[in-house]
Each structure stands twice: as C-alpha cells, then as structure tokens.
Design a protein around this ligand. Sequence first.
Ligand SMILES: NC(=O)c1ccc[n+]([C@@H]2O[C@H](COP(=O)([O-])OP(=O)(O)OC[C@H]3O[C@@H](n4cnc5c(N)ncnc54)[C@H](O)[C@@H]3O)[C@@H](O)[C@H]2O)c1
Length: 371
Amino acid sequence: MSNMNELNVGIVGACGRGASFKAACDALGQVAIRAVCDANAKELSAARERLGALEQYTDYAEMLEKAKLDAVIIGTPMHFHVPQAVAALERNLHVLSEVTAGVSVGECRQLVAACKRSRGIYMMAENYTYSRPNVMVREMVRRGLFGTPYYAEGEYIHELKGLNEVTVWRRKWQTGVDGVTYGTHSLGPILQWMPGDRVVAVSGVGSGHHYRDPRGAVYENEDSCLMLCKMASGGLVKIRVDMLSNRPHAMTNYQIQGTDGCYESARAHGEKDRIWLRTRCKDMNTWLDPAELSDEFLPDFWKENMQRGQAAGHGGGDFFEILDFVDAIEGTRPNPIGIHEAMDMTLPGLFSQLSIQDGGRWMEVPDSRAW
Ligand SMILES: NC(=O)c1ccc[n+]([C@@H]2O[C@H](COP(=O)([O-])OP(=O)(O)OC[C@H]3O[C@@H](n4cnc5c(N)ncnc54)[C@H](O)[C@@H]3O)[C@@H](O)[C@H]2O)c1
C-alpha cells in the first residue's frame, strides 16, 4: 500500500453496482476512491463526482496503467470479472470482485493461477455472508449451538425479466444459461456455516418450464433450477435459484440443520426468522426469535462497529465487507473470502450447468487448492 493509512482504489463499473461501495469506503475512512472507470462515457463524469474520485476512465486497461492504485473494486457484469481481476493481479494490485467469481471453469482456473503469481490479494464480495442474521448464525455454529451441521438450504428467487432488458448482460449470463448461474448469495453463507467443509459433487435439475423474453425467444434458464450439493463431510445442501418465475422476490431464504438445532429464515415479508436449539428450547415445538439472541451471539467486532456499519447501508454488511478487505490487505485478519473460498462458492454453480445438460448426472467439483 502506498500509505498505510490510505488505500487508493479504482472502481470499475462505477455507473452501476460499483458505486454502492462508496458509503462503506467513506465510513471506514481508510480508503480513497482515486479513480473510476465505466464503459458508459455519458454517465461517467456524474459518477466520478458522486464517488468523489480524482480521475475517470472509460478504458479499464488505461486506468490500471495511469492511475496510482493499490486496489481495484470490480462491479462490472459477471463475464468481465475474471479478465479484469487477472489484469489487476498481474500488476500486483489487490482485487475485490463482485459475484460470481467467474462464468466458466476454464476462466476460474486462470484466476486461481493469476492469484498464485500475484502479490495482490483477491477477495470476492459475497455480501450476503455479511448480513446480520447470517453473521449471527455463523457465530452460533462456531460456538457449537447447532451441534454438527449436516443439511442446509438456500434460495435466491429474484424475478428479473424486466431488469434483463435494462442490464442486457443478464439476459445472457444469468438467464441465458441453464443451471445455477447466480448461486453464491445462497451457497456462500451456508459454506461459512459448515466450516472446513466443501461441495465435492453436484447434481443440477430444472423445473422444465421456460418463460419467453419480450422478443419471443425462450430463456435458456429453466424458471427454477435446483443444485443438490454433496459435501465432503457427507452432508447435503440444496440450492434453488429462480430469476424468472412470476412472484414476489425472496432472495435470502436459508435453512440449516445440525445435530443440536436448526435455523429457518423467514420465507415471506412479515414472517420471522426462527431458531430451535436443543439446549435452549423447553420442547420440540418451541421456537426462539433470533432477535432475542443477538446480544449474546452477534460477534464483538460487529457490535463495536455497529454505528459505522449502519451508516454505510445494507444493515452494516457493506461496511464489514470493506473492513475485511482492508484488514486482509494489511494482514491483520485472514481473508474470509479469498480465492479458494470464492471458488468453493462459485464452482458448484458452474458444474450444475454441466450436470443439467447431462440429465442431472452427479459431477465432481474440483478443489481449487489442488490446481
Ligand atoms: N452483491 C450484490 O448484492 C449485487 C447486486 C447487484 C449486482 N451485483 C453484481 O454486480 C455486477 C454489476 O451488476 P449491475 O446490476 O450493477 O449491472 P449494470 O449493468 O447496472 O452495471 C454494470 C456497469 O458496468 C459498466 N461496464 C460494463 N462493461 C464494462 C467494461 N468492460 N469496462 C468498464 N465498465 C463496464 C456498465 O456500463 C455499467 O455501468 C454483476 O456482476 C452483478 O452480479 C451484485
């Protein structure tokens, strides 16, 4: 880092998702957004002003060449994540990349190789691992409240046929491929609830129905795609991703079952998350409200930074993500979603796409640590 007190970052995709990182950078006070980059020349100056950057670029390679950066935040469409991350890593810049890490197994291999060669660190910005309930469940798992977790479910249901027409890359990369194309929000938190475990095999199956886009072409993605994941421990995880069905959004559905308890998130607006714990509930019919447990189980670092976190939006998640990125760069805390954790979250979805083409055949998911 050029100055231990200040990390100079460039944000690519600054007119879209990239802009959402500003509040967290400001709240941390240790990150300067030096440059912004976006292919959208018309809106770029306004984005530069909003983000308080000194420099703007429509060409990413030029930003890497000319701006004096320590790190890049990649908020571009999914198929740019790997090429842009690799280009930054080759310059030994640190990378915080939006999800998913990559769109093919081949390019994931390239990314892992680039990480090995680079002095820069790579972190994937899987922000759903930072939501307050998910962080709390992680802490409860860590303290053994659920016993040994052996089953989990995650669902991302986000009807985006309209959004597809505005952010047209989604039509190809999220709904133009059959299988789980956007599974990290669901699988990411679950993997953190099963520490030390990983998905070793997947079977992808679809619901058979295909909607049509406004031009009359079928979405290649089936409306609901399931991915069954066999864990190294023998456990089972079920992931459902549905970006097409006509229904209200439900992007944060989770369940975990362990030998001593279970957690079920609310499925619909107005419902409550609930927890059953063998050691705390008087019988098998009594649920606990997680809100009653937050004093006890929200991690200290979360409580200590709550105010700054809330100011940065998304219930604090964005702030803690940037804090982790900076701490990982400084080496003060481990990188929670480094390259291999990013692969653990991304590769199962890519293999579910291959499985679904092959009638749901179980496919082995490689461990990137062996690449
Ligand atoms: N973690 C989350 O909760 C979350 C939420 C939304 C989006 N995302 C992810 O963020 C990414 C962007 O999504 P979005 O909804 O902002 O899309 P978007 O299309 O609205 O924005 C992407 C931006 O990138 C720019 N861009 C495209 N190609 C570029 C290139 N080669 N160089 C520079 N700029 C380029 C576009 O002009 C646009 O401004 C996706 O990967 C998506 O999966 C994550």
